[in-house]
Design a protein around this ligand. Structure first.
Ligand code: ZN
Length: 284
């Protein structure tokens, strides 16, 4: 199961900065963006009427939606009631996504805590399985996107999210390059570093098309490992978007690229321009 995309689409992580919320999708379309990740990170909207109007409005303006599920999800929690609540919470996020027409649900899988990483991974896989079961029972389906996470204490290495995807057709990871860079202690320095990651993703998932990508520049903690905060494109913190765009053009990928910089749609547009310039140069 993958998003069907005929080209790369860009959009912000959340409603745009420069337009009132009720005009968000019209505004994104007007400035040349084609996607958005709805941020349900603190609470999940439930009102069916609201969700259906989001769907209609997004469709009308050609905005492809994904949804970011609540941060408060931890399938590996030592507190059993929290692990159980995580299943319910992710299911409700999936239901909201389905109603608003978002086909991909990004989520952070959780924390290792004192658990062995393999045990935490297995518990997460069981949690995902439960959510898929609930969706089947309810008669709908959206793609589950465990995200590569930015802190070494969080479950969500590249290997782990690929492993989750290999277990279920319904799972396609959200690849967050800034997070990978941060959790690996600043691992993305040049184009070859992106190439190495993309080769692994391609091998693990059997192709690169239809992925949801998160991008921003990112500041590492003082210790040099793990994320401190997201920064704007061109801030100098890195990683560099242009080097990724070169790989995107070379590999002819079709992705939904979500910009997680504090400048949201302004930087999504900046990234689109960088990518398009390279496409032109290539004569594509
Ligand atoms: Zn995230």
């Amino acid at each position: 199961m993958r998003l069907e995309l005929d080209r790369v689409k860009f959009g912000p992580a959340g409603f745009p900065l420069d337009a009132p919320r009720q005009e968000a999708f019209a505004y994104l379309a007007k400035i040349g963006l084609e996607g958005m990740e709805y941020q349900a990170v603190r609470s999940v909207p439930k009102k069916e009427e609201t969700l259906l109007s989001i769907k209609q409005d997004a469709e009308e303006h050609g905005i492809l939606l994904s949804l970011h599920a609540p941060y408060a999800i931890n399938f590996a929690s030592e507190d059993k009631s929290k692990a159980k609540a995580s299943v319910e919470r992710l299911f409700l996020a999936c239901k909201a996504a389905y109603l608003m027409g978002a086909k991909h649900v990004t989520f952070h899988p959780g924390y290792y805590g004192s658990r062995d990483p393999n045990e935490a991974l297995e518990l997460t896989i069981r949690g995902i399985e439960a959510v898929i079961g609930m969706m089947k029972e309810a008669g709908f389906s959206v793609e589950l996107g465990p995200e590569t996470t930015g802190k070494p204490s969080q479950l969500g290495s590249l290997g782990e999210v690929i492993d989750m995807a290999q277990r279920f057709d319904e799972v396609v990871p959200t690849i967050d390059f800034a997070h990978l860079h941060a959790r690996e202690g600043g691992s993305i320095k040049r184009r070859e570093d992106y190439a190495r990651i993309l080769d692994r993703v391609e091998d693990g998932l059997g192709g690169l098309d239809g992925l949801v990508i998160h991008f921003s520049e990112i500041e590492l903690t003082k210790a040099g490992v793990g994320e401190k905060m997201h920064h704007e494109i061109g801030s100098g913190y890195g990683p560099d978007f242009k080097a990724l765009a070169e790989e995107m053009v070379e590999r002819e990928v079709k992705w939904l690229v979500i910009c997680e910089s504090p400048l949201l749609e302004r930087d999504a547009l900046k990234m689109k321009k960088i990518y398009q310039r390279l496409l032109k140069k290539r004569g594509r």
